[in-house]
Design a protein around this ligand. Sequence first.
Ligand code: CO
Length: 134
Amino acid sequence: MIGRLNHVAIAVRDLAKAASVYRDVLGAQVSEPVLQPEHGVTTVFITLPNTKIELISPLGDNSPIAKFLERMPDGGIHHVCYEVDDITTARDALRKQGARVLGDGEPKIGAHGKPVLFLHPKDFCGTLVEIEQA
Ligand code: CO
C-alpha cells in the first residue's frame, strides 16, 4: 500500500538553529521558513536527493507539537510520511485492519498542498505516521 518515503518531520524549538545545522553543518539544501497557521507549525523544508526532511516548530498557542517538545526539549523525530496512491482507499483499508486514523478521519490539505491523514502511533510501532496522496 505505501509507496515512497515523502518526508521525515523533526520537531524543534529553535527553527533558525536547526536550519543552520542542516545548511551549515550538514550542507543540505534548506528553504526559508514557511508559516502554516492552519497546522500550528512553521516549517523549513530540506531537500535531499531521495526524500525530504521537514523541520517543524510550534506556531501559535495550540500547536499540535507543543506537548511533544515538552517531552523532548532537544527536539526529535515527530513523524514519518509515506505516499499512497489514493488517500481514501488507503484510509478505508487501514481502518479495516484496525488502525486508528486521527482527527475526524477526513483528509486535510498538508504542507505540500496534497491530502494527508495521520495514523495513531500505537498502531505503528510507536511512530506517528502521516500518509499523503502522491
Ligand atoms: Co508531515
